[in-house]
Design a protein around this ligand. Structure first.
Ligand code: NAD
Length: 247
């Protein structure tokens, strides 16, 4: 077990990529905090992990609210006394062409995808510094590297996360805290289920490995980055995209 008894907070882990990461962490022996805005769904995922012999608790939090992020950290510490890993995964899309994009669509995406990562990271960092170790993993996107028509808000939030990742990595390296990002390509989840068939086919043509990714493809890389195997890696963006972006 590569994450035995590590305490891990995974935001947005009630479904999709976050849920797959939380389940993979639990299988590796981590104690996972399932976080989402829907308490029932979060409790259901946590209960299933416990039924399979893992350790999990559910916390309701909206990561765009600093108060919720602080409460998430407090509840984790009150229950388990430490925090080893934070995965900033919670994210949304509100797609529109720039000309039609409302201020509300811009603000909502930036507030959850980018400010949410700031809120949660700022809230856990003091504890990780005290422990003199920590792992922070931010889920960005290939869209933050390539841009995408109709996703100016989302791409800006994900590009922002990359700058945030590298700055935090530099600030906290001396405290033995690493901070890396994973950039998934197109992964089959609720977020991409809305794409119609011609769009999916066009997307698939841009993927050298010729398939959409699975949440588990991302989860396996998250396990690696959270584990001792990645001790000498910080400030990096690892693409899990079937070869879509080759920098
Ligand atoms: N699916 C893809 O192809 C893809 C590609 C690149 C990056 N990503 C990124 O991966 C992450 C997960 O995406 P997904 O496809 O699993 O999406 P999803 O919509 O299936 O899941 C998103 C999760 O985030 C939670 N969430 C949303 N807003 C929240 C908030 N304010 N506070 C707390 N939780 C909140 C949701 O409840 C849900 O659990 C996102 O950051 C997304 O941008 C996804």
């Amino acid at each position: 077990m590569r994450l035995k008894d590590r305490v891990a907070i995974v935001t947005g882990s009630t479904r999709g990529i976050g849920e797959a990461i939380a389940r993979a962490f639990a299988r590796e022996g981590a104690w996972v905090v399932i976080v989402g805005r829907n308490g029932e769904r979060a409790e259901k995922v946590a209960a299933e992990i416990r039924e399979q012999g893992g350790q999990a608790m559910a916390v309701v939090a909206d990561v765009s609210r600093m108060e919720d992020a602080q409460n998430l950290v407090k509840q984790t510490l009150d229950t388990w006394g430490k925090i080893d890993i934070l995965v900033n995964n919670a994210g949304i899309t509100r797609d529109n062409l720039l000309l039609r994009m409302s201020e509300a669509e811009w603000d909502e995406v930036l507030n959850i995808n980018l400010k949410g990562a700031f809120n949660c990271t700022k809230s856990v960092v003091r504890q990780m510094m005290k422990q003199r170790q920590g792992r922070i993993i931010n889920i960005t996107s290939v869209v933050g590297q390539m841009g995408n028509a109709g996703q100016a808000n989302y791409a800006a939030s994900k590009a922002g996360l990359i700058g945030f990742t590298r700055s935090v990595a530099r600030e906290l390296a001396s405290r033995n805290i690493t901070c890396n990002a994973i950039a998934p390509g197109y992964i089959e989840t609720d977020m991409t289920a809305a794409l119609d068939e011609p769009v999916r086919e066009a997307l698939q043509k841009q993927i050298p490995l010729n398939r959409l990714g699975q949440a588990e493809d991302v989860a396996r890389v998250a396990v690696f980055l959270a584990s001792d195997d990645a001790a000498y890696i910080t400030g990096q963006v690892i693409n899990v995209d079937g070869g879509m972006v080759m920098a």
